[in-house]
Design a protein around this ligand. Structure first.
Ligand SMILES: [Zn+2]
Ligand SMILES: [Zn+2]
Length: 294
């Protein structure tokens, strides 16, 4: 009965969304995107799209989103936005991180990406343009995926910090006390699997088109690279989202090792009071007179 109810709610939501769609102006980005998508569908097999396409999306987006933070270290005027100013990035740490990333991406994540095709075949997930959900449905689905992933991340991350197991797995991710964007996926292979599982739950719940996987990968990478960037830049549009944690929030976790366990939103840490050390720290920072005018 519950599933009938939820199916009813979902189909009503889709009908309502279809109606809203007729009221909205045309998206100017749609024609070039439609052309690119149909070109891909006409020229590549589902296996190629699911496997090589997903790998390409992940690698391109990862390093593209890391690029601004990487460039900031060479721009003197950006240094005032660096959160831990006493710990600048070093070539040695970035190179070490890059090598581990390549290992993680190609030896751990790539075999998982291979499963994408079989997942879409098993659940009959469509690839074609006609069945693609509208952009606002896609946004709502990505938001749903983020809420689920955030809860998973909070509790599993907190368990990984338990003193009896911390040194075996999660210690690797905490090797750098002052994070930088590229470090977002720098982790023990087991952590990649444990915390990465939270990524797939939303997919299992919401996926009605292959485009959701790519959209959600983009959202998740944007978020995790931003919170690891080490820079709290002004006018960051991600902070328009209520309860978005942001770079300062996760930077504190790397600096302090305790508290701020969530990945995207602040609500779990607030509800379970694991943000109290962070709040005390921020109160002290705000109370200090600004002395750092070079
Ligand atoms: Zn941690
Ligand atoms: Zn981290």
């Amino acid at each position: 009965m519950a599933s009938n109810d939820s199916t009813g709610i979902l189909s009503s939501a889709y009908i309502a969304a279809e109606y809203i769609d007729t009221l909205l102006p045309d998206n100017p980005l749609q024609p070039p995107f439609k052309y690119a998508w149909t070109y891909m569908i006409d020229n590549y097999t589902k296996f190629q799209i699911a496997t090589w396409g997903s790998l390409l999306v992940h690698e391109l987006i990862y390093f593209l989103f890391c690029l601004p933070g990487f460039i900031f270290q060479f721009l003197p005027f950006m240094q005032k936005y660096k959160i831990q100013q006493d710990k600048p990035e070093t070539w040695e740490s970035q190179w070490r991180c890059f090598k581990m990333l390549l290992f993680n991406h190609f030896c751990i994540q790539f075999p998982l990406i291979f499963g994408t095709f079989h997942f879409t075949e098993y659940f009959n997930i469509p690839y074609d343009w006609e069945s693609m959900p509208r952009w606002y449905i896609l946004c709502a689905q990505c938001f749903g995926c983020a809420v689920i992933e955030d809860a998973w991340h909070y509790f599993l991350h907190r368990i990984l910090h338990h003193k009896r197991i911390y040194k075996y797995i999660h210690k690797v991710h905490h090797e750098f006390t002052s994070p930088f964007g590229m470090q977002a996926e720098y982790a023990h292979p087991l952590e990649t699997l444990i915390l990465g599982a939270g990524f797939f739950i939303g997919i299992m719940v919401f996926c009605n088109h292959v485009v959701l996987m790519w959209a959600w990968v983009m959202v998740r990478l944007l978020e995790t690279i931003d919170v690891h960037s080490g820079y709290d830049i002004p006018l960051n549009p991600l902070h328009l989202f209520p309860f978005y944690a942001g770079a300062r929030f996760h930077d504190f976790h790397h600096m302090n090792f305790v508290g701020n366990y969530a990945s995207t939103f602040t609500w779990w840490d607030k509800i379970l009071s694991t943000d109290s050390q962070y709040n005390n720290y921020m109160d002290k920072v705000k109370a200090k007179p600004e002395k750092k005018t070079k």
